[in-house]
Write a protein that binds this ligand. Structure first.
Ligand code: 13P
Length: 363
């Protein structure tokens, strides 16, 4: 019989739970600004900007210099290692700029996706070696939560049982290590939207993956109240010919979560997964209006769906910086409403309706 020897004290658990709840308190979500150097290369190339450390710093400064309006709709920012130690033009550490707004600092701690030999193109995520030491250091440097992303694919044969169990296990091991250091783990088992599968197939796979994830969390004694889930929304594959309404997407998403995610989990913050900014907001709004009992906050942890318009507005030009910051604030405010089911907008004009989809997206 399994046995749990106590590892976290009552005070540590309270601290983890309070941090997790603060990150996605009502009306608030997460800015995922943790693109690796390689992912930033792709983002910056789209707008003709060279991928240098200085350009990455300038771009992040546009996001982090948003004024107090974002304090109401952003509860946490996920940094990449490099960004955690960068400063504004005036020499203010980015971490301080974020903390001074009352926003919590998180950091991506995985070391990227690697192939799982013997599968049909599937992967696991590496980075457990040295993770304990990295968490201890990041905690000292101001981070109170972390992110680890695993990737699963849908095809006629994928995801395999191996990919499901391996990725669930590595997410649980990561979560356990984070919690030992007082860091709230964000658990991200992203199922990619590549393929022509329909909504039902995505729902089925999402249920199987999340079931395995929470079995592994139990096996590893992860304290669920001190953790957040970052799942994909349940959507049809990008090449699927059927169209679904936001209400159908919402019903499939909430049904999948209700069947698999324990109510003890502190909260859920969806990734945007290449949806357009507007589509992601409309889906999030519909999810929050879905007429099923939802025991968790259902919020956002968007990367592309918070940044696409800002990036296009900037294009590397100093004179565009303020407009770019305004674009980011606008998306943050829209999603702050959507995570409460209060977004009535519909901004399909211009940039916000444009897809930001890239096949087999790597973060
Ligand atoms: P997207 O919202 O762009 O999918 O990214 C979120 C994220 O952090 C992926 O790890």
């Amino acid at each position: 019989m399994t046995h749990q020897f106590s590892t976290l004290t009552a005070a540590q658990k309270k601290d983890l739970n309070e941090t997790a709840l603060r990150i996605i308190s009502p009306g608030k979500g997460i800015l995922a600004a943790d693109e690796s150097v390689g992912s930033m290369a792709k983002r910056l190339a789209q707008v003709g900007v060279e991928n240098t450390e200085e350009n990455r710093r300038k771009y992040r400064q546009i996001l982090f210099s948003a004024d107090d309006r974002i304090n109401l709709c952003i509860g946490g920012v996920i940094f990449f290692h490099e960004t955690l130690y960068q400063h504004s033009d005036n020499g203010v550490p980015f971490v301080k700029m974020i903390k001074d707004k009352g926003i919590l600092v998180g950091v991506k701690v995985d070391k990227g996706v690697v192939p799982l030999p013997g599968t049909c193109g599937e992967s696991t995520t590496q980075g457990l070696d040295g993770l304990s030491e990295r968490c201890a250091q990041y905690k000292k440097d101001g981070a109170v939560f972390a992110k680890w992303r695993c990737v699963l694919k849908i095809s006629d044969t994928n995801p395999s049982n191996l990919a499901i169990t391996e990725n669930a296990n590595v997410l649980a091991r990561y979560s356990s290590i984070c919690q030992q250091h007082g860091i709230v783990p964000i658990i991200e088992p992203e199922i990619l939207p590549d393929g022509d599968h329909d909504l039902k197939r995505c729902q089925y796979v999402t249920e199987k993956v999340l079931t395995a994830v929470y079995k592994a969390m139990s096996d590893h004694h992860v304290y669920l109240e001190g953790s957040l889930l970052k799942p994909n929304m349940v959507t049809p594959g990008h090449s699927c010919s059927n169209k679904y309404t936001p209400e159908e997407v919402a019903m499939a998403t909430v049904t999948a979560l209700r069947r698999t995610v324990p109510p003890a989990v502190a909260g859920v913050a969806f990734l945007s997964g290449g949806q357009s900014e507007e589509e992601a907001s409309i889906h999030l709004n519909a999810i929050n209006n879905c007429p099923l009992v939802k025991p968790w906050m259902l919020s956002f942890s968007f990367g592309r769906a918070l940044q696409a318009s800002a990036l296009r507005a900037w294009r590397g030009h100093k004179e565009n910086e303020n407009v770019a910051t305004e674009q980011f604030i606008k998306r943050a405010e829209v999603n702050g409403l959507a995570c409460q089911g209060k977004y009535t907008g519909g901004d399909n004009s211009g940039q916000a309706g444009q897809h930001v989809y890239g096949s087999c997206h790597a973060y």
